[in-house]
Design a protein around this ligand. Structure first.
Ligand code: TEU
Ligand code: CA
Length: 559
């Protein structure tokens, strides 16, 4: 396997709106990030992925871009951005920008032109269709943010497609002129010295020919249905990605990761096989669905380690020879890892470290989401008014206000799954607003901040922060963590995830207890070969044990 920097790197994701405010307006900004660079350097991460900072009316917090080549006023200026890039580079940290090119904002100049008339030269930059004979929508696809995926535009009497909010019209990738414009824009950023790109919902850019309605064979189509089969991993997506790679990306030594909801392992091999020259890795979503019932994301269901492990294992094996995994347990769209897969009460510190061990010892590139390194937890706002996320608010309106669903059930689903769990401001210290802002934060701080914050973590040598620091440092010294072959052990254990990593004549054994009960490890042959404990999350970490304590993680070196 070819050795490259992006396989060896550890990435840290910043959600700028919630990271650090520098001017008291309650909104995180670029100068705020600049003031925290020493903290990132101390943690030891190699790459920072910045969620979108471009001009945007913020219908979806920057994932609706109105000018790709300028910075959002609330965040600062291009000059601030240059300063951030230089500050990162001075510290040996690379910068990965977020590329949102499945859709733009409806306030982007292209869309303003596009909607102005049917024969405007920009008309075909977006996906327009006339309504049916009785004005029906062009098909029955529902939007990922609730309601129909089509919006009727009065000025020309046609509908435009928006897979997300109505302020996020989908770009028409079938139009070669649009693609050239996008490539030019990407070149603009790469020429400024950007080191990587995270591509938002990049597997949605090619829609099925004819945009068919979803329907079950033999039945009439429902009014609204999930049309994913017709826009996920669509017919031309590999052609487009290969083209972008050849025309732009391959000219730079950069890192690329595509966000690909609904991609299977087989799809991922196609996206990330180095010989195919598309992307380097993708964010898969299967493990993010382990706690969803048949009704989807908001249908909260219990998860089991067996299910989670089956998924992670499948991806480890599926991308072992071709392609490369990205590893993540949370991000700005997902609940907090420790609340979801660990224990955010009594075992918060221990279980966060156990999950960190998983993140850094599976094969792939680890992505840490801001606050994960101090064990930040989910938030439970008691009133809907405290929530800001468009996905949450639209869903609530559709299900409760219009659909009559039970308020408490839906509020509970928001507590468990809502994206604002990840977006409450970074908890820096125990002062007002957690040291995030001198003004009122755009989204309330998690009230637990007096107990969980960076200042506290840095003062405690046994903190989650220092455990991450140690794992990241270990990765630098031990190529086995990056390139070692993965092999599953104890495939039927209900509470332990056990595996080995092997590189040449070196072998490590990883044991992770996902439960709050002690668990017996039935691996006497392996355990008799232990020479060293590389890292563990309990303080008294000397001898080899047959029993794993609650949420215990151990990484052994074998003879
Ligand atoms: O997310 C795409 C996506 O499919 C989901 O993660 C989505 O956010 C939602 O949680 C599904 O329930 C990307 C971005 O990461 C997200 O922040 C944006 O809102 C979205 O695309 C649109 O740009
Ligand atoms: Ca600010």
């Amino acid at each position: 396997m070819k050795r490259t920097f992006w396989k060896e790197a550890v990435v840290y994701q910043i959600y700028p709106r919630s990271f650090q405010d520098s001017n008291g307006d309650g909104i995180g900004d670029l100068q705020g990030i600049i003031s925290r660079l020493d903290y990132l350097q101390k943690l030891g991460v190699d790459v920072v992925w910045l969620s979108p900072v471009y001009k945007s009316p913020n219908d979806d917090n920057g994932y609706d871009i109105s000018n790709y080549e300028d910075i959002m006023d609330e965040f600062g200026t291009l000059k601030d951005w240059e300063e951030l890039l230089a500050g990162l580079h001075d510290r040996g940290i690379k910068l990965m920008m977020d590329l949102v090119i499945n859709h733009s904002s409806d306030e982007h100049q292209w869309f303003v032109e596009s909607r102005s008339s049917k024969d405007n030269p920009y008309r075909d930059y977006y996906i327009w269709r006339p309504g049916g004979p009785n004005g029906e929508r062009p098909n029955n696809w529902s939007s990922i943010f609730s309601g129909p995926a089509w919006e009727l535009d009065e000025s020309t009497g046609e509908y435009y497609l928006h897979l997300f909010s109505r302020k996020q019209p989908d770009l028409n990738w079938d139009n070669p002129k649009l693609r050239e414009e996008l490539y030019k824009m990407v070149t603009f950023w790469l020429d400024k010295g950007v080191d990587g790109l995270r591509m938002d919902v990049i597997n949605l850019i090619s829609k099925a020919e004819g945009l068919p309605s979803f329907q079950i064979e033999g039945e009439a189509p429902e009014e609204l249905a999930w049309g994913g089969d017709y826009f996920m991993n669509g017919p031309r997506v590999h052609e487009f990605l290969h083209e972008m790679n050849q025309k732009v990306l391959s000219g730079y030594d950069i890192m690329t990761v595509g966000e690909t909801p609904g991609a299977s392992v087989e799809d991922a091999v196609l996206y990330t096989d180095e010989d195919r020259e598309e992307l380097q890795m993708v964010f898969q979503f299967e493990h993010m669905d382990v706690d969803s019932g048949p009704g989807g994301k908001w249908d909260v269901a219990p998860w089991t380690l067996t299910k989670l492990r089956d998924i992670l294992h499948k991806w480890q094996v599926g991308l072992a020879d071709k392609g490369w995994n990205s590893l993540y347990l949370n991000n700005h769209d997902q609940p907090r890892m420790v609340s979801r897969f660990g224990d955010d009460g009594k075992y918060r510190v221990i279980s966060a470290k156990m999950l960190a061990t998983l993140l850094h010892t599976l094969k792939g590139t680890p992505y840490i989401y801001q606050g994960e390194e101090i064990g930040m937890t989910n938030v439970k706002f008691t009133t809907l008014e405290d929530y800001q996320d468009i996905e949450i608010l639209n869903m609530y309106r559709e299900k409760v206000t219009e659909g009559g669903a039970d308020h408490d059930t839906i509020l509970n689903a928001i507590h468990v799954k809502g994206r604002d769990n990840a977006r409450t401001p970074m908890q820096w210290d125990a002062s007002a607003n957690a040291g995030f802002s001198e003004g009122e934060p755009w989204l309330k701080v998690n009230p637990i901040y007096k107990d969980i914050n960076v200042e506290q973590a840095l003062a405690d040598s046994d903190s989650i922060f220092y455990y991450y620091q140690e794992l990241i440092a270990l990765r630098k010294k031990n190529p086995i963590m990056v390139y070692g072959e993965y092999k599953l052990l104890l495939p039927d254990h209900e509470n332990i995830y056990a595996y080995t990593r092997t590189l040449e004549d070196e072998q490590w054994l990883i044991l992770l207890n996902f439960s709050e009960a002690p668990q017996n490890v039935d691996l006497s042959a392996e355990l008799s070969n232990v020479t060293d404990l590389i890292i563990g999350n309990y303080p008294d970490e000397s001898s080899v044990q047959e029993i794993l304590r609650p949420f215990e993680a151990r990484v052994y070196k074998l003879q």
